[in-house]
Write a protein that binds this ligand. Structure first.
Ligand SMILES: Nc1ncnc2c1ncn2[C@@H]1O[C@H](COP(=O)(O)OP(=O)(O)OP(=O)(O)O)[C@@H](O)[C@H]1O
Ligand SMILES: CCCC(=O)O
Length: 358
């Protein structure tokens, strides 16, 4: 048997899977508590911890002689087109030095490379969070010297977009969709004829607030807050992308716990959860304008969409735009495997990081 190992590091989890062809033959999700992660002073210092976990998984499933490739969820790199990339030294350098900011998915490429090197097999990343297919107008921020950048859950957005249209016997390359991914972070993409032509980038402080991100903030109040607290840039990044949103309002990022509080009569929890749904809906409307109202489907995905409450709230606001399709959770493991398989089967050539992007 030939096997592909898939590594998907998240801020609160490490998801592992092994595939034979398109069949998932084993999987494991390790959840990392706030206490467990508090021993690390950042993402890069978690490499050995996560690597030990993956090596135990390889041993447990006796994969040493079966692995033909390792694929990891790609991280914050320079802006690049979608596709499967071979992990090379230049990419590794950008990930290890966190040149384009810190993110748990940066570990995907690093861990895939370091483990694959040991087994003398290739390592890949697929559709990383920086996939850039934005139209030129979407890049303008409103202030000379600052450009918007394309950062989002590209891997899952593209994979569920394909599944949504294929279930209607349509082609992704000929469809117009709005895809909202609601996880710990939220990103919302306008997909037109196979390209994500605009994306609401929650990591850099755009769009709706999420369980742990602030989304858009009133700029003057924000500037006053950071100057009066003498905050450094790393502190600001941590605040807007890790300690904001529901975490700042309710001290909670787990939406299941927020719903339990609502059921127990906590009106504050309901107010802020409803606010998040309202802001998501507003930004879906914005992407509807990007697509000039020609929207085949609105696709809602990510862990939050397991919640009937959240799905219902958002749908109420946006279903006049286009039919809503729900894909709770994500299909990232399958999408990573499929990306590696397309290269191993010769259907696609692995892209070279040094030769693309800006
Ligand atoms: N059954 C459920 N009902 C309600 N919310 C859920 C359910 N399962 C997961 N969630 C919520 O989904 C959120 C996590 O989503 P997801 O797993 O997509 O995020 P992540 O992988 O940690 O981050 P990201 O998707 O931003 O990379 C959490 O707030 C979690 O509480
Ligand atoms: C996946 C990149 C966006 C985010 O984490 O908010």
């Amino acid at each position: 048997m030939k096997a592909i190992l898939v590594i998907n590091p998240g801020s609160t989890s490490t998801k592992l899977a092994v595939f034979s062809g398109t069949e998932m033959i084993a999987e494991k999700t390790s959840r990392h508590s706030v206490e467990e992660m508090s021993q690390f002073d950042g993402v890069i210092s978690q490499i050995e911890f996560r690597k030990n976990m993956i090596e135990a998984f390889i041993n447990e499933h006796q994969l040493e002689s079966k692995l033909v490739a390792i694929v990891g969820r790609g991280g914050l790199l320079k802006p690049i087109p979608g596709g499967t990339y071979r992990v090379d030294e230049e990419m590794l350098e950008d990930l290890r030095t966190e040149k384009y900011n810190t993110h748990a998915s940066n570990l995907g490429g690093i861990l895939a490379y370091e483990l694959a090197e040991k087994f003398d097999i290739p390592s890949f990343i697929v559709d990383p969070v920086v996939v850039d297919e934005m139209n030129d107008l979407a890049r303008i921020s409103g202030l000379k010297g600052i450009n918007r950048r394309s950062v989002g859950h590209a891997l899952n957005q593209k994979a569920v977009a394909r599944r949504a249209v294929e279930s209607e016997n349509k082609e992704y390359d000929e469809s117009s969709l709005i895809v909202a991914h609601l996880g710990g972070g939220i990103s919302i993409g306008a997909h037109q004829n196979g390209k994500m032509v605009d994306v609401v980038n929650g990591l850099d402080g755009e769009g709706p607030y999420s369980p742990e991100r602030s989304g858009t903030l009133p700029l003057i109040n924000f500037a006053e807050l950071i100057t009066s607290n003498n905050m450094s840039i790393p502190e600001v990044k941590k605040m807007i992308a890790g300690n904001a949103g529901l975490k700042s309002y309710l001290g909670e990022t787990d939406l299941r716990e927020v719903e339990k509080r609502i059921e127990a009569g906590d009106s504050e929890a309901q107010y802020y959860l409803d606010g998040m749904c309202y802001q998501v809906a507003k930004n879906i409307g914005e992407m509807g304008a990007v697509l000039k109202g020609k929207v085949d489907y609105i696709v809602l995905t990510g862990g939050a969409i397991y919640s009937e409450y959240i799905l219902g709230k958002i749908s109420q606001y946006v279903e006049w735009i286009a039919p809503v399709k729900a894909f709770p959770g994500e299909v990232e493991m399958e999408a990573l495997n499929e990306g590696a398989l397309r290269v191993l089967n010769g259907e696609e050539i692995a892209l070279n990081y040094g030769e693309v992007g800006q």
